[in-house]
Design a protein around this ligand. Sequence first.
Ligand SMILES: CC(C)(COP(=O)(O)OP(=O)(O)OC[C@H]1O[C@@H](n2cnc3c(N)ncnc32)[C@H](O)[C@@H]1OP(=O)(O)O)[C@@H](O)C(=O)NCCC(=O)NCCS
Length: 291
Amino acid sequence: MQQWGADRIEELTALVAAGAPDEDLTADELLTACFEQPGVVLGPSDGTAAVAVGVGRDASGELIASVRLLVVRPDRRGVGLGGSLLDAAERWASERGAERIEIGGALPFPLWPGADASTGLVHLAGARGYEPVREFGSLELPSSFRAQPPEGVVVRRAVRDEDVTAVTLAVAGGWSRLSDEVARALDHGTCHAAFAAPPTDREGLRGDVLGVGCHSVTRATWVGPLVVRPADRRRGIGHALLAQVCRDLMIADFRTAEVPDPADPGAEAFVVAAGATVSRRYVQVAKVLRR
Ligand SMILES: CC(C)(COP(=O)(O)OP(=O)(O)OC[C@H]1O[C@@H](n2cnc3c(N)ncnc32)[C@H](O)[C@@H]1OP(=O)(O)O)[C@@H](O)C(=O)NCCC(=O)NCCS
């Protein structure tokens, strides 16, 4: 297996287009997920398959690995390339101290939230000792969804310097695990924030950041990070942020917004209340790595 550098991004994009044509993955999305994060892209010298794997800390601080991409060109399937690539990814991750490896999700900037249940990936992983941890559905909602913020709250795109600074500080203070993804959304102009409206006699003062709603951070149409301060939940702020995300996507000609992994029942109920339905099924699969 060879290590691919970012100079081979066009080749990787063409390989993904051949191997996963329905995914519509762009060179920019692949570059962000596979080359701009701590990790590696490995493949056979003839360029007919590739695996991207990264390492990082999960929410509990454990060093883990995430397979970000595994693709084999259709005419080279059935000869064991997928398994060899997974082996190479596991070796690379073990050498870097990862305790566990997962397919999709797990670390920031994923291209898939888990292993797509409709592909052979779950089977391939199962045969190599990966255990299913959780099954879940991603959700999609029409980009026509709209909702107004509650009284005393304003939602606007975070582009002005003061707003960008306020959002950056609020995220670092309250949701530091989301900092990298929110920073990218701020760079791309795809981060909206909910602020407490300043009292009229203090016009010009900036209010507290009550929540942030971002989209298209790793993949176009993907919603998130989207989070509201615990003390301000169930006031309609989340839906107002989601509505701004949907408005952006509709303007960009997307019919739907995708929530790749509604991580808990509350988040799922929140998106379903906005009209979302299940779009794809995924399985979170994980394997303990021995060093
Ligand atoms: C999910 C989250 C963003 C919702 O924010 P919010 O401001 O509380 O959401 P809203 O007030 O706009 O909720 C609108 C509707 O969604 C549903 N809803 C929201 N949170 C819910 C929950 N925990 N359980 C059940 N339904 C919920 C309700 O129907 C609610 O309307 P109601 O309050 O009139 O019953 C917030 O709980 C949060 O930050 N969670 C942690 C981050 C997260 O999971 N983000 C993923 C979002 S996809």
